[in-house]
Each structure stands twice: as structure tokens, then as C-alpha cells.
Design a protein around this ligand. Structure first.
Ligand SMILES: Nc1nc2c(c(=O)[nH]1)N[C@H]1C(S)=C(S)[C@@H](COP(=O)(O)OP(=O)(O)OC[C@H]3O[C@@H](n4cnc5c(=O)[nH]c(N)nc54)[C@H](O)[C@@H]3O)O[C@H]1N2
Ligand SMILES: Nc1nc2c(c(=O)[nH]1)N[C@H]1C(S)=C(S)[C@@H](COP(=O)(O)OP(=O)(O)OC[C@H]3O[C@@H](n4cnc5c(=O)[nH]c(N)nc54)[C@H](O)[C@@H]3O)O[C@H]1N2
Ligand SMILES: [Mo]
Length: 918
């Protein structure tokens, strides 16, 4: 169906129905309340009309309803007895080749339901079976005997996921789905998005365990009155920042299946290996189930919540007495809800009396916040995801959405396959690069030179929007002067990107009608990350491609499920909920009026400054909630030293993390599947989070834990429920004034700014003016400066760290799920030439050493990585990857330089000092 086209009216069995232009007769029949069997059809896929089960009569002819457009004025006959008989025959023919259990009473499949309505029973299924199964994959089960070769799975894999892992093989009635690589499913290109499982109408492709055969489509059909229907809870995924709406099917108090919601505003019936399948962590025997208190003998022993809360309260009060409120600090969590983040910053500001609160945005997209505010005024991406997928040129920079934001990655890939131009800037041959018109491979840490090079081409070839620059932007003269020296040849020397590629990329972005910029940590996690964001934003400003109809702006793929929200809620040392500055008396008094308590005016410590203060003996207490700082912050040795030096450490966690091992009190937390609240996704949408299951043992939501400690300190925090907390936040922050749980329950998703309960949210920003003080977009004329570390004879490689598709950050959750079977270890990617030179073989163990520490990994020899560079993820803390990374950080925001570390690599068993690796 095409959006925005006029609606058409037609008649189905004498009943007038109205459908959008472009709809099919199948849609029209559905609108008329007639359910047709349509075994090759799925709303996520284009129609193919191959199964011939949806036959209707239109204009006197028999047609397959799914492939016939609904024409205005058409008269359609769908329920006539002869048509029902024809459809029954078509379905019966299909069924006849299946074994009887295909229609068994336990089958929740679409086919079984259709057969029940048509009066077709197991006796009609007379297939002998014997075609075999493929149970090799942890999340996908294939029963070839149930395959009807409808092709839905193949099309989901190709047209929605973009992986092309599946095909139909065999002849005639023997045709069945198979991995395209020929071997077992587990060895195929499958990335476990679950799309095939979710569309299969027969139960041929299912997932193991409960919920087998249940699909999003069937879930949508089951009314609340259906006694066979499982309890289903609509919630928002708690892994990355895409914000997929998920339906969690619950049986016996446990997750039976997680299905992507067909009407999910962002994901539209798609999901990835994490949201869809990686929920096993929730019932891991390693979950923390009771508070733990460090005893005199050094052991952590279980205690009750009252004891734990009283202890935390007393030690925090002691710390305040001994060192003042600013000797207490807190790290809040981008995994936790908005309401929890709101409550935590309120606790620190009003109960403790300090602004010492920060969140992992510091390690991630803090440069986006700073850079986008400086360029445009607000701390968020400029456009909505819906716009991105309408762009005709995508510039994807330092982001690997195919692995890190798979639902976004798949949609961008589909857009490129359907004709949008694609420019990828990444040192590695990442998934999208394979489809790119131009793949720019800058040396890590040279973005600013690259972006200036692109800007210079735009200016030199007059691919800029003069009117926009005159009326809506400032800083052109300074930028033009600066970039004059960034000639393609000069930029080629600095970045390694051939001049011709640079020019080609600039022309694609410069000549597109609706260009969009999407970027990730390859821009931010650098010594000059904020400069990177600003000079990337320059390109959109030069083109007039932001705040106008002619472009889709500059959009960071924010990382964690709620990293946007944690910052929106003011879990930051310098900003209050809704981004009022703590140094601004007006912003403070607005919060003070709501909270009835003074708000400290001095900005607090950032995460790295908290550790430095602890090491210097200036921090009395630190509460770390939902961040494994000993695994994920850079230069682990320094972090461990800080936690050891800090007299009192509290850790709120799901698992006994590395950080928890350093804590004096460990508080067991509820996970996203177990709590109530909201998250804000990467395109600024608030969405509801709802508890599907109960937390294990005595684990509690962070929300409840904060209340418990506050009341043990003799201080109320008000807002007894998450709903009350968001309502209070709305009164504190004009940006969110129109938001409430009630509204989100009604509308699903609302993008901020949302200043008015009666007005809409704002998916696209800056239509009239930018939110900067002068209303203009600000071009940034900052020079390129080199990264903090460079390779030398002792450390000849540049190590880039980042993500892999199957695991998530510290891996605390994905390693405790079936995903471990998909990716059992961290690998160090290195180029075949480098491997040969250093005597390293694929699959061999290697030691990696930097100036800061050492790690142990398994080598993966691949030309995805450029010579002289190596790449690894940080999903297995035991490997020690963050012992390698340095304390270098972005000068503006303190975001760590995770993307550039000089290292040497040694095959295990070899002595240091091998060729090039002394
Ligand atoms: N599967 C999975 N998904 C995740 C996560 C996860 O751990 N696992 N984590 C979530 C989080 S918290 C975040 S923040 C996001 C991150 O999502 P991304 O930003 O996509 O993740 P990264 O893989 O860290 O880095 C992106 C790319 O930057 C490239 N890069 C490195 N240096 C440079 C450079 O100098 N210039 C350019 N142009 N590119 C460079 C790297 O090669 C890498 O491919 O993912 C989220 N989603
Ligand atoms: N080398 C390297 N290091 C990196 C990066 C990189 O690219 N390279 N990326 C950085 C980035 S972008 C980020 S965002 C950080 C992420 O770093 P972290 O935030 O430390 O990583 P996570 O694994 O997402 O989650 C932290 C912990 O929160 C717990 N948790 C999950 N949900 C909840 C909850 O609801 N409540 C509580 N109390 N706990 C919960 C999990 O068990 C986990 O141990 O890592 C950074 N580290
Ligand atoms: Mo992140």
C-alpha cells in the first residue's frame, strides 16, 4: 500500500468498503470482514499470487485476490459457495502432500487455522513424510515435511532482512526451503532475525521450545477472548536503540516466545537475533536474586532488602558527612527506564545534594549530544527513521547497522537495493559496504580530514544550497577558508582514501534530492569525536539537507535501548531533565519548584573524572547502576584501581558482573522484561516498556531500589509509580510536557519535543528555525588533528574495537542465552598479509598488547580489515579487550578513544620480539 494516495471505494459481496489506493482485493476482503486463506501472502512482503488459495471473482473473472489491485467501483464476490469450494480445493491439494500431524490439534499454525475454518482435517493430509529435519541451528528448526514451498521464508530473508540465506530446492511436490549454501542451517548465512520463523504458515520453520509455530500474524488474529491464545505483553526491546516493538508471549510465568509486532512503529514486524531470541538470560541460574553485603572477612553474603537499603543509606550519609555531597557519585544506566533515570538523578540532586551523575552516553554518543547541540540546537538526531528510508542517497559513516542495529541495517540495505545511492565511510568492509556505490576507507581517526575533503568538493563544484546558507546558516566564510587546503590529494595522503573516491562520494551526496546522513561510533569514539560530529554536520548544512523538505539531516544511531532517554532525563552532570543547564538559575528554579528542594549549581563529575577522583582519594562513595565499568570502560586497570580506592561502592546488577565483584553492596535488579516504564529510541520516540514476567527471587526494579534507599535515608522521592515519575518529569521539562504513560498507551510512540498534551510530537526537527540561540545552523571550521595514538615499531597495528551481531556490549545477557552457540568467543580480525608476516594462522590464539595492557583472543584472518589494522569486539570481558584501550578521550566530552589504540599482535607460543612485533 502506498502512503498518501487517495482512498478507493468498492463493493465486496454487496458491502461497500474503502481501502487506500494501491491496496489489493485481499485487503478489501479483509476490510469487509471476509477472511480468505492466503498462504503465500504476508503484509511485510509484496504479493506473488502463487498459492491460489485466495481466489475471488471480480468483473466476472476468477482472480487471486492478493495480486489483484482494488479498483474503484469494482464489485467483488468472495463468499459465494462455489468460490469457497474452489478455495477449499486449492488448500486441500496443498494439504494432501503433508503428513497428518500438520493439522494436529496442537498446531498453532496459520495453515491449521485456515483448514479448521474450511473443514479440512488431518484425514485430508496424506503425505508420507520422510524428507527429514534440520535442527542444527540454535534458534531455527526445519521440518521439511511441513514445507509447502510458499516461499514466504525465502522472501522474508531477501526482501525484509536482506540476507538472501534461503532458497527453494527440489522439484514439484518435493520442493522445500533450504539454506542457499547447501549444508546445514547452522553453517548458512542466516543471521537469526527470525523472519522465516515468523512468517512460516505451516510450522515447517519454528523455533525450539514453547511458542513453536506461533507467528506475529497469528498473534494479531487471536482475540483476547481466545482461550488457546497465550498471554501476550506488548513492550519495547531492551537491547539496542532501534526501539523495536515486541510481543512477549508468556506461558507458566516464563517467556515462551518474543515476536516482532507487525504494527511496531519502527520495526514493522521485523526483529533481530537479540530482541527475538536472546531472552534466555532472564532465567539464567546466575541471576542475582537477593541483595549481597560485603562482610568483614571480604565475602559477599545474602541479606534482606531492608538491611541492604539501611546499610547503603547509612554509608551514603556517612560519606556526605565526611566529604560533603560532592564526595558521592553515581553512574546511571542507559539500559534502565526513563523513570529510573529520572528518579536516580533526582535522588543524587535532592537527597545527596550533588550533580555527580552520569551515564554511558559518556562512552558512546556524548560527542553527538555536544556536536548536534552546537550545530543545530538540540541533543538528538534531526529526522525520523521513516524519512531515512525515503532518502535517495544514504551517507553511512562509522556505523555498522547490519550488525549493531540490524533492523535499521536491513531497511537501509533494502533502500539501497531499490535504487537509493549508498556511500559508506568505514575502514572495514562492513555489511553495507558490499552494496555501496562508493566505499570510503579512511584510516581510523581521520574523519575530520575526510569530511573537510567532502565539503571542499561540494563548495568547489557548487553543490551547495546558497539560499539556505544565506538565510539559515552561519560560518560559511570561515569554513570555506579552512577547507580550501583540504584538496582531494591532501586528504588522500591523510586518510588513505583515493581522491577519485572522495570526489565521487561528494557528488553522490551533493547531487541527491533527499540525502541523509546516518552515523555511529566510528565518528564519536575518537580523540576529536565532537569535531567529527560537527564537521559531518557541515555537509548537511552546505547542502541545505537539514530542517528542509529536501533532506533527511544528520542522524546518530544511538546505541543502548535507552541511552537517548537516560540523557533526556538528566542523568548527566551538567544537565537537568529536558536539557536545562544546572548552571542556569531559571532551569534550576523550574526543577526546584517541582522537587521542593534546592538543586546544586556546580556541574558534577563525568565518569572518567569520578574514577580519577576515586584514585586521588576524593571520592567517598560510588553507586554504579547497570553499567559494567570493569568490562566496558577503557583501560580496565585504572577503573579497578578507582573502585578499590573508593571506600564504598554500590552496584545494581542482573548478574555478578566484574564491577559487582568490587562492590560493598550488590543490589539485584529486574531486567527490561520484568519492569514498567518507557524508553526513548534513536529517533527520539518514547515507547512503553511493560513487565512480561516477574523478576527472579528478591530482585527488584531499580525504581523500587532507589525508593528503598531514599526512604531509608529519611527522604521521600515522591512519584511512587513509573507513571507518576514521567508525569513529574513532564512538569519539570518543557520538552516532554505533553508526554504521559496514558498517552503512550493510546498512541504507541511519540517523538520529542512534545511540549503539549494536545499537540503532536516532533519526528522531524527544525522546519522553521534551528534551536540554537540565533536560530541558525552553525558550520564548524575546526582543523583536522591526528588521533591520540599512532602505530610505531613497537606497536605496529591500529586496533579498532566495535561490535558483532550476536553479542551485546559486556555480553552479560547475550552470553547467557543461546547466542553463545552462535558466537562462542571474541575474535581478532587481521588482514591475510599481516597474518602471513607475523606467522599467525586463522583460528590460532593470539596475545594483543598495547601500552596499557594485554588481551588474549582468537585470530580471524579476513580481508574485511585493511592491512595494518586489527579489529575486535569487547563482548567477552575475560579476553581483556578493555585492558588494551587507552585513557585518551574527546577533549569536549571525555568520550574514550575506543576506535584507535596502537597494539602489537603475537601468536601464542611465540616470544615477543617476532617480526615487526617487538
Ligand atoms: N550486536 C550488537 N548491537 C549493538 C551493540 C552491541 O554491543 N552488539 N551495542 C549497542 C551500542 S551501546 C552502540 S553505541 C551501537 C554502536 O553501533 P555502531 O556505531 O555501528 O558500532 P561500532 O561497531 O562500535 O562502530 C561502528 C564502525 O565504526 C568504524 N570506525 C572505526 N573508526 C572509524 C573512523 O575513524 N572513521 C570511520 N568513518 N569509521 C570508523 C568501525 O570499523 C565500525 O564498523 O550499537 C548498539 N547495538
Ligand atoms: N573497547 C570498547 N569498549 C566499549 C565500546 C567500544 O566500542 N569499544 N563501546 C562503549 C559503549 S558505546 C557503551 S554504550 C558501553 C556499554 O557498556 P555497559 O553499559 O557497561 O554495557 P552493557 O553490557 O550494555 O550493560 C551493563 C550492565 O547492565 C546490566 N543491566 C542490564 N539491564 C539492567 C537493568 O535494567 N538494571 C540494572 N541495574 N542493570 C542492568 C547488565 O547485566 C550489564 O552488566 O561500552 C563501551 N565500551
Ligand atoms: Mo553505546
Amino acid at each position: 500500500m502506498t502512503e498518501g494516495t487517495a482512498r478507493v471505494t468498492l463493493e465486496v459481496d454487496g458491502r461497500a468498503v474503502e481501502v487506500p489506493g494501491g491496496a489489493s482485493l485481499l485487503d478489501a476482503a479483509t476490510a469487509a470482514g471476509v477472511e480468505l486463506p492466503a498462504l503465500c501472502s504476508d503484509t511485510r512482503l509484496g504479493p506473488v499470487g502463487s498459492c491460489r488459495t485466495c481466489l475471488v471473482r471480480a468483473g466476472g473473472r476468477l482472480v487471486a485476490a492478493c495480486v489483484t489491485p482494488a479498483a474503484a467501483g469494482a464489485r467483488v464476490s468472495a463468499v459465494a459457495a462455489d468460490l469457497v469450494e474452489l478455495r477449499r480445493d486449492a488448500v486441500r491439494t496443498i494439504v494432501s502432500a503433508l503428513p497428518p500431524y500438520a493439522l494436529g490439534p496442537q498446531m498453532p499454525s496459520e495453515l491449521a487455522r485456515v483448514c479448521r475454518t474450511l473443514g479440512i482435517g488431518p484425514e485430508d493430509a496424506r503425505g508420507a513424510g520422510g524428507r527429514g529435519r534440520d535442527d542444527s541451528h540454535p534458534y531455527v528448526r526445519l521440518d521439511r515435511d511441513l514445507c509447502i514451498a510458499c516461499g514466504r521464508c525465502v522472501r522474508m530473508c531477501a526482501d525484509v532482512q536482506g540476507t538472501f540465506a534461503l532458497t527453494l530446492t527440489g522439484r514439484g511436490a518435493d520442493t522445500a526451503v533450504a539454506p542457499g549454501t547447501g549444508g546445514p542451517w547452522a553453517e548458512s548465512d542466516c543471521v537469526s532475525c527470525g523472519g522465516c520463523v515468523d512468517t512460516c504458515p505451516t510450522g515447517a520453520i519454528t523455533q525450539p521450545g514453547g511458542g513453536s509455530g506461533l507467528t506475529s500474524g497469528e498473534l494479531l488474529r487471536q482475540g483476547p477472548g481466545d482461550p488457546a491464545a497465550p498471554a501476550v505483553v506488548r513492550t519495547t526491546c531492551g537491547f539496542c536503540g532501534v526501539g523495536c516493538a515486541l510481543d512477549v508471549a508468556v506461558g507458566d510465568g516464563a517467556v515462551a516466545a518474543v515476536l516482532p509486532a507487525l504494527d511496531g512503529p519502527v520495526n514493522r514486524g521485523h526483529a533481530c537475533v537479540k530482541g527475538r531470541f536472546a531472552h534466555g538470560f532472564a532465567v539464567s541460574p546466575e541471576r542475582l536474586t537477593t541483595p549481597l553485603l560485603r562482610q568483614d572477612d571480604g565475602r559477599l553474603e545474602p541479606v534482606g532488602w531492608d538491611t541492604a537499603a539501611a546499610h547503603v543509606a547509612r554509608r551514603l550519609a556517612d560519606a556526605i558527612t565526611a566529604g560533603g555531597p560532592d564526595s558521592v557519585a553515581a553512574i546511571s544506566s542507559a539500559r534502565a527506564t526513563n523513570e529510573e533515570n529520572y528518579l536516580f538523578q533526582k535522588f543524587m540532586r535532592t537527597v545527596v545534594g550533588t550533580n555527580n551523575i552520569d551515564n554511558c552516553s559518556r562512552l558512546c554518543h556524548a560527542p553527538s549530544a555536544a556536536g548536534l547541540v552546537a550545530s543545530f540546537g538540540l541533543s538528538g538526531g534531526t529526522d525520523s527513521f521513516d524519512d531515512l528510508v525515503r532518502a535517495d542517497c544514504l551517507l553511512v559513516v562509522g556505523a555498522n547497522p547490519v550488525e549493531a542495529h540490524p533492523v535499521v541495517g536491513a531497511r537501509l540495505l533494502q533502500r539501497a537495493l531499490r535504487g537509493a545511492r549508498l556511500v559508506v565511510a568505514d575502514p572495514r568492509k562492513v555489511g553495507l559496504a558490499r552494496q555501496a556505490d562508493v566505499h570510503l576507507r579512511p584510516r581510523p581517526g581521520t574523519n575530520v580530514a575526510l569530511f573537510h575533503g567532502l565539503a571542499r568538493v561540494l563548495l568547489a563544484e557548487d553543490l551547495v544550497d546558497h539560499r539556505f546558507l544565506r538565510e539559515r546558516a552561519s560560518g560559511l566564510a570561515e569554513l570555506a577558508e579552512l577547507v580550501a587546503s583540504y584538496t582531494p590529494e591532501h586528504v588522500a595522503r591523510v586518510t588513505g582514501v583515493p581522491a577519485a573516491d572522495l570526489i565521487a562520494a561528494a557528488r553522490l551526496y551533493g547531487r541527491a534530492e533527499r540525502p541523509a546522513i546516518v552515523y555511529g561510533l566510528g565518528v564519536t569514539e575518537h580523540l576529536h569525536g565532537t569535531d567529527g560530529v560537527r564537521t559531518l554536520a557541515n555537509l548537511a548544512i552546505l547542502r541545505g539537507a537539514v530542517g528542509t523538505d529536501g533532506g533527511f539531516g544528520v542522524n546518530p544511531l544511538r546505541g543502548q535501548n535507552n541511552v537517548q532517554g537516560a540523557s533526556d532525563m538528566g542523568a548527566l552532570p551538567d544537565l537537568l531533565p529536558g536539557y536545562g543547564k544546572v548552571t542556569d538559575p531559571a532551569a534550576r528554579s523550574r526543577a526546584e519548584a517541582v522537587w521542593g528542594r534546592p538543586v546544586p549549581a556546580r556541574p558534577g563529575l563525568r565518569i572518567p573524572d569520578m574514577f580519577a577522583a576515586a584514585r586521588a582519594g576524593r571520592l567517598q562513595a560510588l553507586w554504579v547502576l547497570g553499567e559494567d565499568v570493569c568490562a566496558t570502560d577503557p583501560d580496565t586497570g585504572n577503573v579497578e584501581e578507582a573502585l578499590t580506592a573508593c571506600p564504598f561502592v554500590v552496584c545494581s546488577e542482573l548478574f555478578p558482573s566484574r564491577t559487582a565483584r568490587h562492590a560493598d553492596v550488590v543490589l539485584p535488579a529486574a531486567s527490561w522484561l520484568e519492569k514498567d516504564g518507557t524508553f526513548v529510541n534513536f529517533d527520539r520516540r518514547f515507547q512503553r516498556v511493560r513487565p512480561a514476567i516477574s523478576p527472579p527471587g528478591h530482585a527488584r526494579s531499580d525504581f523500587a531500589a532507589l525508593h528503598a534507599v531514599a526512604s531509608a535515608m529519611g527522604r521521600g522521592l515522591d512519584c511512587p509509580t513509573p507513571s507518576a515519575a514521567l508525569a513529574e518529569c513532564a512538569r519539570t521539562a518543557p520538552l516532554f510536557a505533553g508526554l504521559s504513560h496514558e498517552r503512550l498507551d493510546r498512541e504507541g510512540a511519540v517523538a520529542w519535543p512534545c511540549p503539549d498534551p494536545a499537540g503532536p510530537g516532533t519526528p522531524k526537527l527544525y522546519g522553521e528555525r534551528f534551536a540554537t540561540p540565533d536560530g541558525l545552523a552553525h558550520l564548524a571550521a575546526v582543523p583536522y588533528l591526528p588521533p591520540g595514538e599512532a602505530p610505531d615499531d613497537a606497536y605496529p597495528f591500529v586496533l579498532v574495537t566495535g561490535r558483532r551481531w550476536a553479542h551485546y556490549n559486556s555480553g552479560s545477557m547475550t552470553r547467557r542465552s543461546g547466542n553463545l552457540g552462535l558466537a562462542p568467543a571474541d575474535h581478532l580480525d587481521l588482514h591475510p598479509d599481516d597474518a602471513a608476516r607475523h606467522g599467525i594462522r586463522d583460528g590460532g590464539d593470539v596475545v594483543v598488547e598495547s601500552r596499557h595492557g594485554r588481551a588474549r583472543l582468537t585470530a580471524r584472518v579476513t580481508s574485511e580489515i585493511a592491512p595494518g589494522q586489527v579489529f575486535c569486539a569487547f563482548h567477552f570481558p575475560a579476553s581483556g579487550v578493555n585492558r588494551l584501550t587507552s585513557g585518551h578521550a574527546d577533549g569536549v566530552t571525555s568520550c574514550p578513544e575506543y576506535k584507535v589504540t596502537a597494539v602489537r599482535v603475537l601468536a601464542v607460543g611465540k616470544r615477543a620480539g617476532g617480526p615487526g612485533g617487538a
